[in-house]
Design a protein around this ligand. Sequence first.
Ligand code: DSN
Length: 433
Amino acid sequence: MNSLQFQDPAIFSAIKRETERQNHNFELIASENFASKAVMEAMGTTLTNKYAEGYPGKRYYGGCEVVDEIEDLARERAKRLYGADWVNVQPHSGATANAAIYLSFMKPGETLLGLDLAHGGHLTHGSPVNFSGIIYHPEFYGVEEATGRIDMNKVREKALKVRPKMISIGASAYPRDFDYAAFRDIANEVGAFLWMDMAHTAGLIAAGVLNDPLPYCDVISTTTHKTLRGPRGGMILIGKDKENSLGYIAPKSGRTKLWSEVLDTSVFPGTQGGPLMHVIAAKAVAFEEALKPSFTDYQKQVIRNASALADVFKEKGYKLVSDGTENHLILVDLRSKGLTGKIAEEALDRASITVNKNMVPFDTESPFVTSGIRIGVPAMTTRGFSEEEFRRVAELIDRVLMSPDNEEIIDMVRGDVRALCNEFPLYESSIAG
Ligand code: DSN
């Protein structure tokens, strides 16, 4: 980073400070992770200069022979990782991957049935402030107040009532796994497409530690930077490719297109222009990492760590949504402790513990205040934390939450956080220049 240091000291110094923040904080945002040096190196390369609209072997620009090779490698590795018939690695993000799915399977005004954002869903699954809820007609299923879990009978009742064109599965704050077979049965019964957005759990699914959506869902979207631990970006997959007969993009020729062809068209030119070839190269690097046995070990540790974290919170009398976890995150309901998510997030921030305030199901607070915090383990597991460290993490969080206004305690916890981080070095200063 020598050039940056001298050419743009302001940006150089900001990156350096962010690297230091990551080095010295407990990063517990459930959607974050630490990409490897190799992944980050691939992103900071000459590939950023290249325009490559189109797909390998069929581009709108010359000079694409090298980037074709890179995109083919990324696609081939992702297909191997998930046992998929087809993938598209060009989506710039999870949200644009999802936009391409809507464009492929839904006409404006048609109904999507998705998990309510206030019950752990995602903005792009029909929220009224997102394109998905503005262009399409959103209907929602939720979790049960008593159990914090999705009741498949209720999903079926709702699907029979609203007759969706597409049903979405997937969440950003749901600590449980999904029953894909039951969702498939419902989709079949009402004649809906079935879409899984596995952004949060893509790494866990790749490693086989959570249920596999590919045999059941018509289409799957994901980000590549959460549990999958790659660069920021998106991807779309199909387990078993089929002929498109209902999609929005009507076949122009007499031949009925495959879903994969429709989806390719929906990514480019449907929703995006040129692909980010430097990011696609980094995705390829991450997929190769994810194919290694050590990645499976990592994901198993993620599950063990989240479970250890949940146990300590429960021992200390916290209420967890769904009473625990079977994935990479816990959702803590702070109402019984007389706290809001906002107060908790801010106090923890001062102690160098990064979490996010989060709505809990049936929350009475606004999304800017909330009654909960979401705590995820993927990043600190990458850093090397195991159950022992996560039990310590839970204890330190509890100390702050018991006295969110006591700056002396917060200072002491910040010191303990730093000491524990120092035992597990993350980035050397070279990353920051
Ligand atoms: N913002 C992401 C998360 O934190 O879950 C989802 O897009």
